[in-house]
Design a protein around this ligand. Structure first.
Ligand code: LLP
Length: 431
């Protein structure tokens, strides 16, 4: 479930390497990414999401996990990439990622970010609203450039997931509602602009979705919308981007989503609906982030302390916490873990794993059964590959962990551990 893991002599190995060795070599906490599993996840999307009626494209949503090494891996596997900020665009550019395969998102792109995207020859910009369209046209006019765009629309589909990561309800800040009457004028304006080329529409209905139903509803809604726009304005969309959101296993109670199955069902539905509504869609994209990296990631921590409170609650203290994994505090996300150097020990205990931040909510696993452990042991927490490193912070001036890729018995450092000097490098003293 958590990557290519195996247990040898009581010790957890990831990608063929002992977790003890990894912590000795790179320190802790440590983000370990199983490269083979990332590749396998990408391949599942490639196998499932293909059609002989239209072209398909898999766009990795880099917000889930982005480093220069990851850009190289995405490029090598032939996927495109979604970027949502100047920083993500810049990272891709510096890594040598083919910029025509970048899709630049965001509901409030700044002029400098758009200029960076235009200069870097980003392939497609996803325009969120009419104000942004104006800004983009102005910058294209200034730079004498032309750019391809998709319009982000909100199809009003509510996928069942945590409130913070639902993006498609009517009150969402993202995109223009397909039910808003002004949308036709917006599309007409965009389709006639001399500075941009409007390829089609984008939507994203939420994250951590396990059910195919909302995707199928979104597909029909988007195809029907394209048909309506064609009828009313004459503009015929060629491209549909259906966004990401494919759910992953974190802990007991989560389903294990079959990527090939759900994506091939989406393809069948798309083929049927494109025929039925007689639209001229030539290319369809999806934008998975989490489902490509989440289960490939494991975080390794050292146990630094054990405490039983007056009330009898047992705590295991680790040398990281909400600074490397904010998700339990932010979304009540649940994780599973094991004591990596006691994998086959029969004695377990109900414990709460807490981090080292000055914050009661700094808990990584609440009331969880773990092998009875000692100070100095290694805790491995699974499914931490998505939105952990990318959402890491320096709260309490805690340095961010290193990231290492593993596979076939080898490890490669891809992000160095932050140092105390990194923490003060932008500080300017008053006196
Ligand atoms: N495309 C768009 C336009 C998105 O907004 C997102 C995620 C994705 C693709 C990728 O979604 P995924 O396949 O990764 O579910 N920080 C939250 C997740 C926020 C997702 C935001 N948008 C978390 O840790 O759960």
């Amino acid at each position: 479930r958590f990557g290519t893991m195996e247990v040898k002599e009581n010790l957890l190995h990831i990608g063929g390497i002992s977790t003890e060795k990894l912590v000795e070599e790179y320190g802790s906490p440590l983000y370990v990414m199983d490269q083979c599993l990332i590749e396998e996840n990408m391949n599942k999307f490639k196998r499932g999401f293909q059609s002989n009626k239209f072209q398909t494209e898999i766009i990795y949503a880099s917000k889930a996990f982005l480093t220069m090494a990851m850009c190289q891996l995405v490029a090598r596997e032939g996927l495109s990439m979604d970027a949502v900020s100047g920083g993500e665009v810049f990272t891709a550019r510096e890594a040598g990622f083919p910029m025509e395969k970048i899709y630049f998102h965001g509901n409030n792109k700044g002029a400098e970010e758009i200029e960076l995207a235009l200069e870097s020859k980003v392939g497609t910009i996803i325009v969120d609203n009419p104000g942004e369209l104006e800004l983009l046209e102005e910058l294209c006019r200034k730079g004498n450039s032309k750019v391809r765009i998709l319009l982000r629309v909100n199809p009003g589909i509510e996928a069942h997931t945590h409130e913070y990561i639902q993006t498609s309800k009517y009150c969402s800040k993202f995109g223009e509602s397909i039910f808003d009457e002004t949308i036709e004028g917006f599309i007409e304006r965009a389709s006639k602009s001399q500075y941009i080329s409007l390829d089609g529409f984008h939507c994203h209905i939420g994250s951590q979705i396990f059910d195919e139903a909302p995707y199928l509803v979104a597909i029909e809604t988007m195809v029907e919308f394209a048909a309506k726009i064609k009828r009313k304005t004459g503009y015929s969309a060629k491209v549909l981007n259906m966004g990401g959101g494919f759910g992953v296993y974190y802990s007991k109670g989560d389903d294990a989503l079959d990527i090939e199955d759900i994506t091939s069902k989406m393809i069948e539905h798309l083929e049927r609906k494109i025929d039925e509504y007689q639209v001229e869609i030539e290319r369809v994209m999806i934008e998975p982030g989490r489902s490509i990296v989440a289960n490939a990631g494991t975080t390794l921590y050292r146990v630094g302390g054990l405490k039983t409170t007056y009330s009898g609650k047992k705590y295991v203290f680790i040398d990281g916490g909400m600074t490397d994994n904010i998700r339990p505090a932010l979304y009540q996300a649940e994780y599973e873990g094991s004591i990596a150097n006691r994998m086959t020990d029969p004695t377990t205990e109900l414990v709460t794993v807490a981090g080292k931040c000055c914050e009661s909510g700094d808990v990584i696993m609440k009331d969880t059964l773990l092998q009875k452990c000692q100070v100095g042991d290694i805790l491995a927490v699974g499914s931490t590959g998505a939105y952990n490193y990318s959402m890491a912070s320096n709260y309490n001036r805690i340095t961010k962990p290193a990231v290492v890729f593993v596979g076939s018995g080898e490890s490669k450092l891809v992000v160095k551990r932050e140092t105390y000097m990194d923490l003060i490098k932008n500080d300017i003293k008053l006196y």
